[in-house]
Write a protein that binds this ligand. Structure first.
Ligand code: GRF
Length: 217
């Protein structure tokens, strides 16, 4: 993987060797599952080196365990300060030497230590069309606002809340009678395809970030 960026940089990978990634989860892990399934094909060029979480007992961790992928859990409440948790997360993720770190429903903001280490190669998926409806409830907020089209966004994480440079977006219609759940499920279907496509391309071919413009090679 190669990338040049105004917010960070990534190293070059070895051609033919799958690029290691670390995936961070907090919940059900259907986005993670899509990456696990895609990684089974050597042509995809990505190996999930580890799955990390901020809580125990979630289906995301169970999915990783069933696939034989190493897992780790770092709970914020187990650390004296948020900064120490952030540092521990950065250290743990670093130990897997990932080309890319993927937040797939990881419900914690990365702090300074983590972004110092992984800025420019930490991506997150958000269930709305950024910059609209940032935060924890992208689908709910879009529905409440009454938009007719929402969607999903893959972006490179910066210090803000869902404000980083956008890698790709897919529009998703809101239909009459939608609930938060039905809309979020429709968004997640689009989100999984987007994530698999972009993570594979970013790892296999690299990408650049120039003045917020992300270009996949
Ligand atoms: C996704 O919609 C993600 O964007 C959001 O939480 C959801 C996670 O879904 N932050 P899953 O755990 O991958 O099924």
């Amino acid at each position: 993987m190669t990338s040049a960026s105004d917010t960070g940089s990534a190293r070059a990978g070895t051609s033919g060797t799958p690029h290691p990634i670390v995936v961070l989860v907090s919940g059900t892990g259907t986005n993670l599952q899509a990456l696990i399934d895609a990684s089974a094909d050597p042509a995809y060029g990505v190996r999930i080196a580890a799955v990390g979480a901020d809580r125990d007992g979630i289906e995301g961790l169970a999915r990783a365990e069933r696939a034989g992928i190493p897992t780790f859990v770092l709970r914020v409440t187990d650390f004296p300060t948020r900064e120490e948790w952030d540092q521990a997360l950065a250290d743990r993720v670093s130990s897997y030497d990932p080309a890319l770190v993927v937040s797939a429903g990881f419900m914690k903001l990365a702090g300074e230590a983590f972004l110092d280490r992984f800025g420019g190669r930490y991506v997150n998926t958000h269930p709305a069309l950024c910059p609209s409806f940032p935060g924890m409830h992208g689908a709910r907020d879009a529905l409440a606002y009454g938009v007719k089209v929402t969607g999903c966004t893959l972006f490179v994480v910066d210090a803000g809340i869902d404000t980083g440079p956008i890698v790709a977006q897919v529009p998703v219609p809101v239909v009459d009678g939608d609930t938060e759940e039905s809309l979020h499920e429709r968004i997640k279907t689009a989100e999984r395809s987007l994530l698999v496509d972009c993570v594979g391309r970013m790892c296999r071919h690299g990408f650049t970030i120039t003045q917020r413009k992300v270009t996949l090679a």
